[in-house]
Design a protein around this ligand. Structure first.
Ligand SMILES: NC(=O)C1=CN([C@@H]2O[C@H](COP(=O)(O)OP(=O)(O)OC[C@H]3O[C@@H](n4cnc5c(N)ncnc54)[C@H](OP(=O)(O)O)[C@@H]3O)[C@@H](O)[C@H]2O)C=CC1
Ligand SMILES: CC(=O)N[C@@H](CCC(=O)OP(=O)(O)O)C(=O)O
Length: 344
């Protein structure tokens, strides 16, 4: 199958090339940029002698005519416009941005401060949380690939939320991300001297991933209340850790919760649940599509601590995008993604 990538020169786009280069079914047919045509190696020298195609202009008619599937690794605001054009053409779309994730356009306007996409496009988009929406993804033509923080958070909360076990008003998500989560554009916050040897909270109670997390949580359990969600910048390149504190409606032992998580994810190869007493670190998933989860039920406070880690560029972006493209096309979910994490 022929695939095209737009936004190829970004971190998510670069990661798509790394995955797709070895994919058994998808062939990279064309790569695109909003800038002048140039070899991809001018932007990404690490691809030298491996993948040296030239970037082409973004012509949506030509792309849809030649390719079977397009990945949009473009910023919010840009992706939505492209998705509107592609959604009426004969091509599958996987969008890595936040433009198609929120079903309520007012939420999108409020949290992203951009004009929402047309309702005809939005209604085609299926939320691509692969482990929880598999059957819908298999039928989809347009995928809204989940955000990096929502992926870690929702995979961590899913088993207890979907069973209706959560005490509604006590959900606190303390999340931390590596700097590549912010993309490659220069900014004061991500400058070396600001970020190195530092640890900062940002977008306090106003992060754009809050409505995305709540949208899925409320789908699992309509009785839940708004969540507290905090984001921090870690002085590392890749990785997200979401440490989640919840209360369950009835007391449970750690071993019982682990059993629930293992049962829930038993047919999902990319989620690994740690044994009692063990918790994952971000390095244990780095460069891979895995989400690793550890849990502990504190008998003293009655709270459950859930720790969920992913690589933001893989399971949090390009990896899950390819996983969804696999599902959409009836290909083995692990195709192109069967990497052992880079360790140490
Ligand atoms: N980084 C991460 O961990 C995650 C990112 N995402 C989302 O994935 C998308 C890509 O993120 P990321 O790769 O980090 O971002 P980057 O900033 O690293 O790259 C984005 C790319 O988009 C292209 N672009 C910018 N403006 C335009 C435009 N007007 N028209 C067409 N293309 C444009 C640029 O390529 P060029 O200049 O060549 O056109 C740029 O390289 C974003 O929507 C982001 O929110 C989602 C989950 C995690
Ligand atoms: C570390 C860091 O800055 N991360 C970014 C993630 C942005 C992102 O992925 O944006 P959408 O999913 O909304 O498109 C942030 O917190 O805004």
């Amino acid at each position: 199958m022929k695939v095209a990538v737009i936004g190829t020169t970004g971190y998510g786009g670069g990661e798509l090339i790394r995955i797709l280069h070895n994919h058994p079914v998808f062939n990279i047919h064309s790569i695109h940029s909003s800038r002048d045509e140039m070899p991809i190696t001018d932007e990404f020298p690490h691809l030298g002698n491996i993948f040296e195609d030239s970037l082409k202009k973004i012509d949506t008619d030509a792309i849809a005519e030649e390719a079977d599937l397009v990945f949009l690794a473009t910023p919010s605001g840009v992706s939505g416009k492209l998705a509107e054009e592609f959604s009426v053409k004969d091509i599958q779309v996987v969008d890595l941005s936040g433009d198609l994730r929120l079903t309520n356009p007012d939420d999108y306007q409020n949290w992203y401060k951009h004009t929402p996409v047309k309702s005809e496009t939005l209604s085609q988009a299926v939320y691509g949380l692969s482990e929880w929406n598999r059957e819908e993804i298999k039928q989809a033509k347009v995928i809204a690939n989940p955000g990096c923080y929502p992926t870690a958070t929702l995979l961590g909360l899913g088993p207890v939320a979907a069973e209706g076990f959560l005490d509604p008003a006590n959900i606190i998500i303390d999340a931390k991300s590596g700097v590549s989560g912010a993309g490659k554009s220069l900014s004061r916050t991500t400058a070396f001297s600001e970020m190195n040897d530092n640890f900062k909270i940002y977008k306090v109670n106003e992060h754009q991933h809050i409505p995305e997390i709540e949208q899925q949580l409320f789908k699992w359990d309509g009785g839940l209340s708004p969540v507290t969600f905090s984001t921090h910048l870690l002085p590392i390149t890749r990785g997200i850790m979401a440490t989640i504190y919840v209360k369950l409606k009835k007391e449970a032992r750690t071993s019982e919760v682990i059993e629930l998580y293992r049962e829930t994810y038993k047919n999902h190869p990319f989620v690994r649940v740690r044994k009692e007493g063990q918790f994952p670190g971000v390095k244990e998933v780095c460069g891979s599509n895995y989400c690793d989860i550890g849990v502990h039920a504190d008998q003293r406070t009655g709270r459950l601590t859930i720790v969920s880690v992913i690589d933001n560029l893989m399971k949090g972006a390009a990896g899950q995008a390819v996983q969804n493209a696999n599902l959409m096309n009836g290909i083995n979910e692990k195709a192109g993604l069967d990497f052992i994490p880079m360790y140490p």
